[in-house]
Design a protein around this ligand. Structure first.
Ligand SMILES: Nc1ncnc2c1ncn2[C@@H]1O[C@H](COP(=O)(O)OP(=O)(O)OP(=O)(O)O)[C@@H](O)[C@H]1O
Length: 279
């Protein structure tokens, strides 16, 4: 018999949000783009992620939630091998994408990061003109000069920033607001035509209005991209994600559709976290 979450204010609010926003699709009904298989991540002897099995669904938003230090960002950064930059980081298991294990040492990580782009917590545009922020990386991929303007316009339009910056593309990116800078960082990733966008707490440094714009953008972008987001904000996870993974102490405790996980979790620890019994 299914259990329902004991009522408290936080749980009730989350349930309302999820009912308003989330679809009812079940994981087995959606196409898997990336499969994490028995994935472990270590920093030296410290195992930050423990034997995680999880699908990432195509053209869906998956949220990673859980208390601080549970391994969300580590898991996210492993997907496009950003953790390779940490000297004693190492992995076990597989990340299967298009028949290839992304953890294979023969993988070209520069091409991988083009395919699987990342946006960080703090907006980090280059201290250069807005346009250069988009074109800079394109040069490494031999993009023709004649195509640059079209790519800049299309990336900024997709990131819902074009109207705000089209008349000042030569101005410094640092003249933009925090929220605009974050959308510029999203545009910079989109210009490389990725399949997947990894977002590491993309709104935590933003004011509520800018956060809402980025959330609207995420919902719009999933038509074209597969998105994974780490967030501490449960309301945000309930608003933007189709699937949610709850992590605790390096373990994946529960993965499911956001509507199921937020309204009817299978695991007691998920319920306790969602009802604020620990944070
Ligand atoms: N660069 C690093 N070197 C060594 N250990 C690290 C490093 N980054 C993270 N860790 C450790 O890995 C574990 C998981 O950290 P991680 O940042 O992935 O968790 P998180 O859930 O994203 O936390 P938060 O919500 O606070 O950002 C923690 O024990 C952390 O101390």
């Amino acid at each position: 018999m299914q259990k329902t979450m004991k009522n408290n204010k936080q749980a009730e609010k989350l349930q309302e949000t999820v009912q308003e926003h989330a679809g009812v699709e079940r994981p087995e009904e959606a196409e898997t783009l990336i499969e994490l298989k028995d994935l472990s991540v270590f920093y030296g002897n410290n195992q930050a992620v423990k034997h995680v099995n999880m699908p990432l669904k195509k053209n869906k938003v998956t949220a990673f939630i859980g208390p601080s230090g549970c391994g969300k960002s580590t898991l996210l950064r492993t997907i496009n091998r950003m953790n390779d930059q940490i000297p004693d980081a190492h992995y076990g298991g597989q990340i299967m994408y298009d028949g290839v294990n992304l953890l294979d040492q023969r993988i070209d990580v520069v091409s991988l990061r083009k395919e699987i782009g990342m946006v960080f917590q703090e907006p980090n545009p280059f201290p250069k003109p807005i346009k250069t922020n988009i074109t800079h990386a394109l040069k490494f991929y031999r993009t023709k000069k004649s195509e640059m303007d079209d790519i800049v316009e299309s990336a900024l339009k997709q990131a819902a920033l074009w109207e705000e910056v089209k008349n000042r593309l030569g101005s410094s990116a640092q003249s933009l607001s925090g929220g605009q800078q974050q959308r510029l960082c999203i545009a910079r990733a989109l210009a490389l035509k990725p399949q997947v966008l990894l977002l590491d707490e993309p709104t935590s440094a933003l004011d509520p209005i800018s956060s809402a714009k980025v959330e609207d953008l995420i919902i719009e972008l999933k038509k074209y991209y597969t998105i994974v987001i780490v967030t501490h904000n449960m309301e945000q996870a309930a608003r933007v994600s189709d699937y949610t993974s709850f992590m605790y102490n390096g373990d994946l405790i529960e993965f499911g559709s956001t509507s199921q996980l937020f309204t009817n979790p299978n695991e007691k620890r998920t319920e306790d976290y969602l009802t604020g019994k620990f944070s």
